[in-house]
Ligand binder design. Sequence first.
Ligand code: ADP
Length: 261
Amino acid sequence: QPITTDMATLTKEIDKYAKDKKLEIETLKIREEYRKEFIGNVSHELKTPLFTVQGYLLTLIDGAINDEKFRDKYLNRANKGVERLIYIVKDLDMITRFEAGDLRLNITTFDIVELVKNVFDLLEMKAAKKKITLTFDKDYSKPIMVNADMERIQQVLTNLVVNSIKYGREKGTTEISIENLVKNKVIVRVTDNGEGIAKANLSRIFERFYRVDKSGSRKEGGSGLGLSIVKHIIEAHDEKIYIESELGVGSEFSFSLEKAK
Ligand code: ADP
């Protein structure tokens, strides 16, 4: 490494070094903020179900265990709380693995029409419970083959359809459709006429833990991780996810996939 003797060059180098260091410190600060917020969110998210479970267990210990009717009811509720905790931890684990880059996709060639039909059949009942009509134009008579991770794409589609039911209006509709583009892509769309999302919140919708209406979403039993996972999965495929939404009118989520040759 040559030693700089010329004063002007030296000053320039020192300035550049200082600037780089400053940027580095700024980046570290932002990262630290992000980390703090993340830990805060995790503990907040875990606290509610944990206290609920503890509440039921304490009541049982206090004597409810001797009353057959209460015993079963409280044990079941405690179990529901534990189930919820497991869901949250599993989701977090998946996000962490995606962010660390150690979640590999298992790419195969499969028929996206078939996959949509499966998701449709699995969720039709859930939609019907809220009097929401799920539609998928069964007219896709020919298969459309895509290259992707089938299990993960099923997860994406399930998340989007479940959301459209959760945030849909009673007697509303959710439409799933596939657009077979001339080029090498297909677009899968999930469109609802539910509560919609205000413009101001749209840009944050894919952030982990982000929910528009905390109380409302909690009633629906979400943790704000679903869309973050959806985005990770689509981006791991090098594809894109789009959202269009209008408050009080409805939302449309769509994502692209690569067609098999
Ligand atoms: P959650 O577990 O809260 O459902 P998500 O990450 O799946 O978490 O979604 C984040 C937030 O985005 C939801 O809490 C809700 O406010 C909003 N959202 C998602 N999908 C829809 C939709 N189809 N219509 C209206 N709002 C939606």
